[in-house]
Design a protein. Sequence first.
Length: 418
Amino acid sequence: GTVQEAGTLLASKNVRVNCLDENGMTPLMHAAYKGKLDMCKLLLRHGADVNCHQHEHGYTALMFAALSGNKDITWVMLEAGAETDVVNSVGRTAAQMAAFVGQHDCVTIINNFFPRERLDYYTKPQGLDKEPKLPPKLAGPLHKIITTTNLHPVKIVMLVNENPLLAEETALNKCYKVMDLICEKCMKQRDMNEVLAMKMHYISCIFQKCISFLKDGENKLDALIKSLLKGRASDGFPVYQEKIIRESIRKFPYCEATLLQQLVRSIAPVEIGSDPTAFSVLTQAITGQVGFVDVEFCTTCGEKGASKRCSVCKMVIYCDQTCQKTHWFAHKKICKDLKDIYEKQQLEAAKEKSEEENNGKLDVNSNCVHEEQPEADVGISQETCQPKESAEGEKECSPSGAGLEGFQEAPAGPQESE
Ligand SMILES: [Zn+2]
Ligand SMILES: [Zn+2]
């Protein structure tokens, strides 16, 4: 029925909001699975049990929400207190089930959910403390960073830099210590959460880098951003950034953690400058995102959905002009080389196309032989992600340059001289 009818029904005394059908499904589970956001909210307002676990295969409302791929409903369930570590009858969590069916946005939401109350706990003095560990005014800006799904170090430093409350030593000192405490709690609580612990630890490490840059140097955080973006002479690869991320992962204080071991196994054999980067391995582990192939990420800050290309080389992409300007000091050294590569690729693509027309068909398999598939060996959620992975693998085989149609031109790089 409609939300209104249901509301009237629920208002009458003899309707049980947590009644079960023959499969052990509650009305909330049905509404979640069918993607009915308003109905979910109504049921929760009337006391629906978000953690009801009577389903015949052990599914919870959060699992149904994640399977349906509805991000808002997934969020509503989490806010209502849905437990994320409950497993179904075959031992899978909601996030793992969502990954299995390719609902990666829901995986990201579940893995990065962190209720504000958990942070606000530190804004009140505990035990014998005279002062809270976290000044209340810092809780908002810190929560924004904790819940970010973009773990790019440049983005984190940008978020710190844009908030005057955060961008100073004392504040950052308090913040990173609170992050370390949350990390410890995640590892020591009964339902251990290694993913969240790693995320907290990583952000704490970036904060500590900010502190060391704030201590010396003129432009401070801008200097840190520059160091993170500076590319090596041979190919422009940002070596310092890669090293910072690798070092942060290695410094994770719980060496027995499965996640740490997986990350180190994925990263250690990779030569610096090759794929996968530490950033992509870490991002995949923490957010569950595997969509590196068909989504565009900003070269500067890693933000998803970037669409402005460098109009000279057309090989790098940015959120906006600010990100382009920030990167220009590093990019201008390789822009010309990238332009040559781009033109060569265009030429080859055109040649291939005419050959294809001559032969009448394109041998797709021969194109795949030398294609690199950076995501294939990352390991973390590889098994659960199979269906989507293979689909993307095929997409990757399209002739190079095919993804460039309809790109938006960004203004040419700032012509500053140094
Ligand atoms: Zn950007
Ligand atoms: Zn360029």
